[in-house]
Design a protein around this ligand. Structure first.
Ligand SMILES: Nc1ncnc2c1ncn2[C@@H]1O[C@H](COP(=O)(O)OP(=O)(O)OP(=O)(O)O)[C@@H](O)[C@H]1O
Ligand SMILES: [Mg+2]
Length: 252
């Protein structure tokens, strides 16, 4: 198996006159959580949209487990185990939790009928045992629209894990969440790591990123300005580096 779950080599992306990414080299290891930091417009979302097949790079190469992906599309990226969790994740708000977990990938009985019993019990197991959902308001039959923002994110992550995604991308998942919800979300990210999967975690808050990432990559105006293993750097040092990038545009 390749050391890397994902590897981008010399990836560039232009939108007309605007060059969002310049020759970016970026890797995510097997069972690694990579934090992606950078100012507004640094190119973070563009980078992940290339990984999810939403945008084609203008030049450069993408590898999944060492295999080159040519003309990657969204369904292909999904088939390669990439799942994305957005703040406004498209959950079916009026539907129950169990229906949302299995939406589009329903379990059936041998006769081809919906196996509601098994979907409900699997949901119960996932929510309570795997994810530690403790609120009594959350049951397999709860309707999603009543869930808090953090709980909705949790549903999206549970679904990604259940369906064997092995690279989960979270683009600013804490945006607009209350403090306790943010704590919950960060716990979910740790669950991804514990489940042996990999993740890319984007957040403007360096505290959040430092807390859950094995490695942090700093993007600045479309270029990788630095990469740090969190075990080798203190939070203060990382903040100092971010400050340096913001004010001088480099880490030299
Ligand atoms: N579809 C597009 N068409 C034209 N320009 C785009 C497009 N998408 C992104 N850009 C530009 O590319 C640059 C990088 O944008 P991107 O969304 O990747 O930044 P970001 O790091 O995710 O920022 P933020 O932290 O604000 O989410 C910006 O200058 C943006 O305006
Ligand atoms: Mg963005």
């Amino acid at each position: 198996m390749s050391d890397y779950r994902l590897e981008l080599r010399n990836v560039a992306k232009s939108f007309g006159e605007v060059q969002s990414l310049h020759n970016v080299n970026f890797e995510v290891g097997q069972n690694e959580v990579v934090g992606l930091l950078g100012d507004n417009g640094a190119g973070k979302s563009t980078l992940i949209k290339i990984v999810t097949g939403y945008h084609q790079p203008s030049s450069g190469e993408i590898y999944f487990n060492g295999q080159k992906a040519e003309n990657l599309t969204v369904p292909q990226a999904r088939a390669l185990g990439v799942e994305t969790v957005y703040q406004e994740r498209a959950l079916a708000e009026q539907q129950t939790l169990w229906r949302n977990i299995f939406l589009g990938r329903e379990l059936t009985t041998r006769l081809g009928l919906l196996d509601v019993k098994r979907m409900r019990s699997e949901t119960q197991k996932l929510m309570v045992e795997s994810m530690g959902f403790t609120s009594s308001a959350v049951t397999p039959d709860s309707v999603i629209k009543n869930f808090s923002g953090g709980e909705k994110q949790g549903v999206a992550i549970v679904r990604a894990l259940y369906f064997e995604a092995d690279l989960i991308i979270l683009d600013e998942p804490t945006m607009g969440l209350a403090l306790s919800e943010t704590r919950k979300l960060l716990t979910f990210v740790r669950q991804i790591k514990a489940a042996g999967k990999s993740a890319i975690f984007i957040d403007h808050n360096v505290f959040h990123v430092y807390e859950v990432a094995d490695r942090v990559v700093v993007l600045d105006r479309g270029t990788v300005a630095g990469t740090f293993l969190t075990k080798d750097i203190t939070l203060d040092e990382l903040m100092e580096k971010m400050y340096q990038v913001a004010h001088t545009g480099s880490l030299d």
